[in-house]
Design a protein around this ligand. Structure first.
Ligand SMILES: Nc1ncnc2c1ncn2[C@@H]1O[C@H](COP(=O)(O)OP(=O)(O)OP(=O)(O)O)[C@@H](O)[C@H]1O
Length: 302
């Protein structure tokens, strides 16, 4: 469990984080989402005691991280994925880390298998691809079998296979009752891994919500319709709760009716349809709308 209460961080005149309160609970993957410069890294550093809050506090499993007796067993950390410049093999790197924390060789083997690095475990980690480096970073975070995981941009630069792998792994870890907290500035990536969201903009909390709620509150999905009879279709698609926009001579974007409803209406009126496609809500758009509002609010308030 991670609990931030009234967190604030100033660098001189610059307020990087302002009165930030949120909770990341065990058993769920919580995404920490915000555009560049929103204060995510600063908040993560404060969670880990690497930066001292100007005001407020943040507790991990009920106490300050720096007061933890065995930090690696409490919190697994991967801060911003960076290339690992090490001449050591992945296995040796993990073993060295394990030794300094009183963790046995068997656990090293376990995490190597868990992150799928068995085949390259004896190769020099310095030559790893970004994806392999991410896996090694996650293996290091998992070494102490921690109750809480904090990962900064873990999906950054991964290919679709890597994203799926990390999503499944993080969901499994949460299902085991762990707290999983990860940051990203990309809503679409976050929607694939997290279920809960803490959204920040300009150092302030915008909302604590769920991915499902963001999708539901986004502007209603449109249906893309292609027909040689646009004016006939327009006339049967009347109603105050419906909007029909022509996007070309033979295509319409319709909101307020499902594709099933449009198809049935067209059939009843004997109108030929060449295409009928429900559009996915753009999560990136929903996120932009959320953060844009906060920026406007901040501007209006000052
Ligand atoms: N040491 C520092 N001194 C002065 N300003 C800082 C310092 N660290 C961060 N900031 C500022 O605080 C704000 C928040 O930065 P932070 O790196 O926490 O954001 P972020 O959400 O992690 O962004 P990104 O996704 O780009 O890493 C930014 O405006 C940044 O320029």
């Amino acid at each position: 469990m991670i609990e931030a209460r009234g967190l604030e961080k100033r660098y001189g005149d610059k307020v990087a984080v302002h009165d930030l309160s949120f909770t990341a609970r065990p058993g769920v993957v919580t995404g920490f989402l915000g555009p560049n410069g929103a204060g995510k890294s600063t908040t993560m550093r404060m969670i880990l005691g690497l930066d001292r809050p100007t005001r407020g506090e943040v507790l991990v499993n009920g106490r300050r991280y720096r007061d933890a007796a065995a930090p690696m067993h409490e919190v697994g950390v991967m801060l911003e994925a960076r290339a690992i410049h090490t001449g050591r093999s992945a296995a040796k790197h993990l073993l060295a880390l394990a030794r300094t924390h009183g963790i046995g060789r068997r656990r090293v083997d376990e995490v190597i298998d868990l992150v799928g690095l068995r085949e390259v475990a004896r190769k020099r980690a310095g030559g790893f691809s970004l994806g392999m480096g991410q896996r090694l970073g996650i293996a290091s975070a998992l070494l102490g079998d921690p109750a809480t995981l904090i990962l900064d941009e873990p999906v950054n630069g991964l290919d679709p296979d890597g994203i799926r792998w990390i999503r499944d792994l993080l969901r499994d870890l949460a299902a085991q009752g762990r707290t999983v907290f990860l940051s990203s500035h990309l809503m679409s990536e976050m929607a694939m891994t997290a279920t809960h969201l803490v959204v920040v903009g300009r150092g302030r909390l915008i909302t604590e919500t769920t991915v499902a709620e963001v999708i539901a509150s986004a502007s209603p999905p449109a249906v893309h319709v292609r027909t040689p009879e646009t004016s006939a279709l327009r006339s049967v698609l009347g109603g105050i709760d419906i909007t029909v926009t022509a996007t070309s001579a033979d295509t319409l974007e319709v909101t307020g009716r499902t594709s099933e409803q449009i198809g049935s209406l067209a059939r009843t009126a004997g109108i030929v349809l060449h295409e009928l496609t429900p559009r996915q809500v753009s999560l990136e758009d929903a996120f932009m709308a959320l953060t844009r509002d906060a920026v406007e609010y901040a501007t209006a308030a000052t």
